[in-house]
Design a protein around this ligand. Structure first.
Ligand SMILES: [Zn+2]
Length: 247
């Protein structure tokens, strides 16, 4: 179902040959443009033209890699699923809107038709032409719109169903994206905290080392390491005291 929609969208943007891209491209992995061209049986330039057109709408995206020996770039493509779904949704909405207008017009207005050559005129134009055909001069008859309206309503129902499906897919994709985002944010927060912790430690160390200096002059024979530990303890004790005082 989704593939059908994707094919329609690609074809709408870049013509019929673009349809086959849907079978060749992935939504996660990037595919080498030369492989795409080969499988589409097109030249690399034709393939690129199609892909660029579609990427203008954001339905596909690419990364490029430099060939170290030859020095040129090769592009790798993938389908942007959310953008594609949004494009399909907008297209469906447009079609539905159009159809609704047509239904309304058929329900409220009169149309006249020539039974010989099927020329159709709206009431205004029919009146202007004295209800005769502009092609053959036959008398026009009022059109029964019932059948047409029913067909258009059936089409509209089908489009509504399609829209429901596409909107569900969009919701799914958004959920996936949200999860990914929150995961990344968590990771970032952890990194920031770790950085802060190490900076704090560095500050304490610096402070403590400054205090050691006068001791150094006195040349007391306390091993530096031991002294450092002691001071650290002192620092902590003082800090605790401060905290207690605050309470
Ligand atoms: Zn006619």
């Amino acid at each position: 179902m989704l593939k059908k929609f994707l094919k329609e969208a690609m074809a709408l943007i870049a013509g019929k040959p673009a349809e086959d891209l849907v079978d060749l491209l992935d939504t996660h992995k990037h595919v080498n443009e030369f492989i795409i061209a080969k499988k589409l049986n097109l030249t690399i330039n034709q393939t690129r033209n199609i892909l660029y057109k579609i990427s203008d709408y954001g339905l596909v995206s690419s990364i490029r890699k430099k060939d170290k020996r030859k020095g040129w770039y090769t592009y790798f493509w993938k389908i942007e699923i959310l953008k594609s779904l949004e494009f399909i949704r907008n297209d469906l909405l447009k079609k539905m809107d159009n159809l609704q207008h047509q239904i309304k017009s058929r329900e409220t207005k009169r149309f006249y038709v020539c039974e010989k050559c099927h020329v159709e005129l709206n009431e205004e134009n029919a009146l202007f032409n004295n209800f005769t055909c502009t092609e053959c001069g036959s008398i026009l008859v009022m059109r029964d719109n019932t059948k047409m309206i029913n067909e258009m309503k059936r089409n509209l129902e089908r489009l509504k169903k399609d829209l429901g499906f596409v909107q569900q897919e969009i919701a799914k994709e958004n959920q996936v994206l949200e999860k990914k985002k929150s995961k990344e944010m968590k990771k970032e927060r952890k990194e920031i905290e770790a950085k802060k912790r190490s900076q704090k430690l560095a500050r304490i160390k610096k402070k403590t080392l400054k205090k050691i200096k006068p001791v150094k002059i006195k040349k007391k024979k306390i091993p530096r390491k031991k002294f450092f530990k002691k001071l650290f303890k002192k620092h902590k004790a003082r800090k605790n005291l401060k905290k207690k005082k605050k309470r």
